[in-house]
Design a protein around this ligand. Structure first.
Ligand code: ZN
Length: 59
């Protein structure tokens, strides 16, 4: 593995981590998310962003 590929992977991991904590942070702070235990529209968007980030890493 070249250093460049490794750097890209690390950047992807960071993007996944960032997207994940944004999603978790939202669910902890968002009243509807906490009360209903379901994703509100914002949470759904954040979850999708997290999925996309993970797919980028896997690709
Ligand atoms: Zn929410």
């Amino acid at each position: 593995m070249t250093g460049q590929v490794q750097a890209q992977l690390a950047a992807g991991d960071r993007a996944v981590q960032r997207a994940y904590s944004a999603f978790i942070q939202h669910t902890q702070l968002c009243e509807p998310c906490r009360k209903n235990g379901a994703d509100c529209a914002d949470a759904a968007g954040l979850r999708q962003a997290w999925r996309d980030a993970k797919r980028e890493v896997a690709a």
